[in-house]
Design a protein around this ligand. Structure first.
Ligand SMILES: [Fe+2]
Ligand SMILES: [Fe+2]
Length: 258
């Protein structure tokens, strides 16, 4: 059994709130009586893409489980690389502002992480080079090994108007790629700050809960002037479980903050 913890949108800033919530989630994972196959953090690591925020994030994210971290729209690629460098899993020596694409080749699975951020913008897109790298990873992985593909921006609307406007676009190219690789098992995303499950390209698309906040759904909104997010709901984590047949199950947990 392969268990991958999925954390997202920690939005580390100079204050204590995001740090305390992130520390609580990561401590929960550190103290599990089980060795996770991976901890995925699917973007919006630093709230403003600042060097000091990445320094703080690096300390919080360093732990005993294999870690994979991708950028989101709040991140800055060059600062992300400079600050989180020892934690990254990049091949070669990419330019500072190139997409931060990474691969974790685990025992019985592959986790391919694609940078869906667009420098200076809030919506998302996978560059042609990112799709080519993903195609190579899938081609090089044996067909009996499940591949999970992670990025920050969900490539479909989630019935969350605020986030849907800034989702991942150009998704037809990703769907066409998925159709060529039957061992692509599921897509994992963040950005929406709400635990959600839907489909994309006929495969599961699983969205991790937000660490720093939880999105208000349209039917929870008291009115147009109310905030987009709940700040009082606890942070959460998704656990993606692959069994010996490659079948995926996802559990969602909330984590109390001291
Ligand atoms: Fe976010
Ligand atoms: Fe985001």
């Amino acid at each position: 059994m392969i268990v991958i913890a999925h954390v997202s949108d920690i939005h580390i800033d100079a204050g204590e709130r995001a740090t305390a919530r992130t520390r609580a989630v990561l401590r929960h994972l550190e103290e599990l009586p089980y060795d996770l196959a991976a901890v995925l953090v699917s973007g919006d690591v630093a709230d403003h893409g600042a060097t000091a925020e990445y320094d703080r994030a690096r300390e919080l994210l360093t732990g005993r489980h294999p870690l994979v971290v991708c950028p989101g729209n709040h991140d800055d690629r060059a600062a992300f690389r400079a600050g989180l460098g020892p934690l990254l899993r990049e091949d070669g020596d990419p330019a500072p502002t190139a997409p931060v694409d990474q691969v974790l080749r685990g025992d019985g699975f592959v986790l391919a992480v694609c940078d869906s951020s667009i420098p200076g913008k809030d919506d998302g897109h996978l560059e042609d080079g990112t799709l080519e790298r993903l195609d190579r990873v899938l081609t090089d992985t044996p067909r009996d090994t499940p591949v999970l593909v992670a990025f920050h921006h969900p490539p479909v609307p989630l019935h969350t108007p605020y986030v849907d406007e800034i989702r991942q676009y150009g998704e037809d190219r990703l769907a066409a790629l998925a159709a060529r690789h039957p061992h692509l098992t599921a897509f994992l995303a963040g950005h929406a700050h709400t635990a959600a499950a839907t489909t994309f390209a006929g495969l599961p698309l699983l969205v991790a809960p937000g660490t720093v906040s939880t999105l208000r759904l349209p039917w929870e909104h008291p009115g147009p002037d109310s905030p987009h997010v709940h700040l009082d709901t606890p942070p959460g984590v998704a656990f993606h479980v692959l069994d010996d047949t490659g079948r995926l199950t996802t559990h969602f947990r909330t984590v109390p903050v001291d």
